[in-house]
Design a protein around this ligand. Structure first.
Ligand SMILES: [Fe+2]
Ligand SMILES: [Fe+2]
Length: 332
C-alpha cells in the first residue's frame, strides 16, 4: 500500500536552508559549518556538497538497510507456497513484494551517493557488507511468519520511524513511504499471531515456540549499547536514537501486547523498573550477534547461496536491459 502523499516533494534550493558554501573558507571551517547545518535540523540533498566522512557514513548506513530489506524477504519467501489459506498467501506475497520494493528504493539512494548497484551486490554476496541478524535464522513454522511480520517488523519500524527525520533528505523522505508499508506488515503479522493464539492448543504452542526462538535475536537486533557522544551516525543526525533507546521503546510498546495475549516472554529477568523508568532484561548474547552478522548464522550461507544463484540466473536480463545500444549497420 502506498500513500501518494507519503513522499514529500523534493524542495527546490530556494525553498530550503542551503548547505553552507565552500567558497572563501578553509576545508576545516567548511566541515564545521556543515556540522552546524545538520545539527540545526537542516537537510542535505544528493546534489549538495558534503564532507567525505558524511557521504561514507550515509552510504554505509543506507546500504546495510537496503541489504537487510533484500535478504529479509528470504525467510518469508520460504512460506509463500505453504501459506495456510489463499488470503494469507496473498497478504504474504504483497509483503514480500513491498520489502523488495524497499530494497529497490534504498539501493537507488545509495547509488546516488556514489556506489554502483553491481558493487553493492558483489559486496553483499561476497560477505564484505552485512545484513540484519534476524534474517540469518530459519523459519521453522507458519507461526514464525507471524512473529517475523509482527515483531521483527515492529522492532524495525521503531528504528525506521526515527529515520524519517534523518539529515539526509532523500533517505528521510523514502522512510516516510516505507513506514506506511511497514505499519501494514505489522497489522498482517499481528493478525496471523492473533488467529493462532486463539486457535487450537497446538497453534497456540507454535506461537510460544516461535517467540521463544525469536526473542534472543529480537533483543540483539538494535545492537549493543553505545555512548551517544561517540556515535558518528548520531553526530551527523543520520539517525536520531541510540540502540538502547530503540530497544527500550520496542519493549515499552510490545511487552504489554505480548502479555495481553497470554504469551510468556522467555526472559525471567525482564521487568520495568519504575525508579529509572527503564526496562531491565538479561543481557543479550552479543557474541551470537557478532557470529551471526558476520555470516556464520544458521542460515547465512544458504541465503547468500540463494542470492548468488538468483543473480546468475537473472544476469541475462540485466545484460539485455543495460547493454549499450549498438549503432545501426550502415547501409551502403
Ligand atoms: Fe521493509
Ligand atoms: Fe516489513
Amino acid at each position: 500500500m502506498t500513500d501518494p502523499l507519503a513522499l514529500d516533494p523534493v524542495l527546490a534550493p530556494e525553498e530550503r536552508t542551503p548547505v553552507p558554501s565552500r567558497e572563501g573558507v578553509t576545508p576545516d571551517a567548511w566541515v564545521e559549518r556543515f556540522e552546524a547545518h545538520v545539527a540545526a535540523g537542516h537537510k542535505v540533498e544528493a546534489s549538495d556538497p558534503m564532507p567525505d566522512e558524511y557521504r561514507t557514513a550515509v552510504l554505509r548506513f543506507v546500504e546495510m538497510h537496503a541489504n537487510s530489506e533484500l535478504m529479509g524477504v528470504l525467510p518469508e519467501r520460504e512460506w509463500l507456497m505453504r501459506a495456510p489459506t489463499l488470503r494469507r498467501k496473498l497478504a504474504l506475497t504483497a509483503k514480500v513484494q513491498d520489502e523488495v520494493g524497499h530494497a529497490q528504493l534504498l539501493y537507488r539512494i545509495a547509488e546516488d551517493l556514489g556506489k554502483s548497484r553491481e558493487a553493492m551486490f558483489d559486496d553483499l554476496i561476497d560477505g564484505r557488507t552485512k545484513f540484519h541478524n534476524v534474517f540469518h535464522y530459519p523459519t521453522r513454522s507458519w507461526a514464525d511468519v507471524g512473529i517475523i511480520a509482527w515483531l521483527v517488523d515492529a522492532a524495525a519500524i521503531v528504528a525506521q520511524q526515527a529515520l524519517r527525520d534523518s539529515s539526509y533528505g532523500p533517505y528521510a523522505r523514502t522512510m516516510r513511504k516505507i513506514c506506511w508499508e511497514e505499519s501494514v506488515h505489522i497489522m498482517h503479522g499481528r493478525d496471523v499471531v492473533l488467529t493462532l493464539v486463539t486457535g487450537t492448543p497446538s497453534q497456540r504452542a507454535a506461537v510460544q515456540d516461535a517467540l521463544d526462538r525469536w526473542w534472543g535475536p529480537l533483543m540483539q537486533m538494535h545492537g549493543p549499547r553505545s555512548p551517544r557522544e561517540k556515535d558518528r551516525d548520531l553526530h551527523w543526525r543520520i539517525k536520531a536514537k541510540t540502540s538502547e533507546e530503540l530497544r527500550q521503546e520496542f519493549l515499552t510498546i510490545y511487552v504489554p501486547r505480548l502479555l495481553e495475549l497470554g504469551l510468556v516472554i522467555p526472559d525471567p529477568a525482564l521487568r520495568f523498573d519504575e525508579a529509572s523508568a527503564l526496562w531491565q532484561y538479561t543481557e543479550p548474547d552479543w557474541d551470537e550477534l557478532r557470529t551471526v552478522v558476520t555470516n556464520h548464522g544458521p542460515m547465512s550461507q544458504a541465503r547468500l547461496d540463494f542470492r548468488r544463484l538468483a543473480r546468475e540466473e537473472t544476469r541475462w536480463v540485466r545484460e539485455s536491459i543495460l547493454a549499450a545500444p549498438r549503432p545501426a549497420p550502415r547501409v551502403a
